[in-house]
Design a protein around this ligand. Structure first.
Ligand code: GRF
Length: 183
């Protein structure tokens, strides 16, 4: 699993007894600590820069090398904050999953919850999908709606969306593992 944040989605997958071989992050984060506590190898493939000079192709190549070396065959992103170059699909195309806190194709991007609130939608939700080359695109595997409340803040709405993701993502990954294929 690839993480950058607090790792509650990671926890839900591990807690659902879905086997996780490796947790890799692009920055030091709470999710890596959760991995260690759960007895899963934590791997920091640290970004050297978050600015204009970030070497995205080199970063993508180093992550692919780390994953291939460990014979990882399915990648599940859970709040991973780095966009790879398309080269990752040469090796892992069709085998990268993502969970996103909106009903895609609405509100792609890093601020999906904020954007949905700002637009004024009454229903949003979460999407589990196979990662396409463009960010937050690709075949949709599962979606669940979440109603927006009048007094919602970005945080309160995201908490309720995450509560749904915490069931939908492990369930979806488990059925993929049982089927032996993503689609
Ligand atoms: C989730 O809402 C996921 O959809 C989004 O980032 C969040 C990850 O949360 N891409 P956490 O770090 O697992 O708590």
């Amino acid at each position: 699993m690839l993480v950058s944040g607090t790792g509650t989605v990671l926890d839900s997958v591990v807690g659902a007894s879905v086997p996780v071989a490796l947790v890799a992050a692009d920055r030091p984060c709470e999710a890596l600590e959760r991995a260690s506590r759960a007895g899963i190898e934590p791997l920091l493939v640290a970004r050297k820069s978050f600015g204009q000079d970030f070497d995205r192709p080199a970063y993508t190549a180093s992550m692919v090398a780390e994953l291939s070396e460990r014979h990882i065959d399915l990648i599940a992103m859970a709040g991973f904050g780095t966009i790879f170059t398309s080269e990752i699909h040469d090796v892992y195309g069709g085998r990268i999953l993502n969970t996103h806190p909106s009903l895609l194709p609405a509100f792609p991007g890093w601020h999906a919850v904020r954007d949905a609130l700002a637009y004024g939608v009454k229903v949003t939700g979460c999407t589990v999908h196979v990662a396409g080359v463009e960010v937050d695109t690709g075949p949709i595997l599962a979606q669940e709606p979440v109603r927006v409340r009048d007094d919602d803040t970005e945080e309160s709405l995201h908490q309720r969306i995450k509560a749904v993701e915490h069931k939908l993502y492990p369930d979806t990954i488990r059925s993929i593992l049982e089927r032996g294929s993503v689609l």
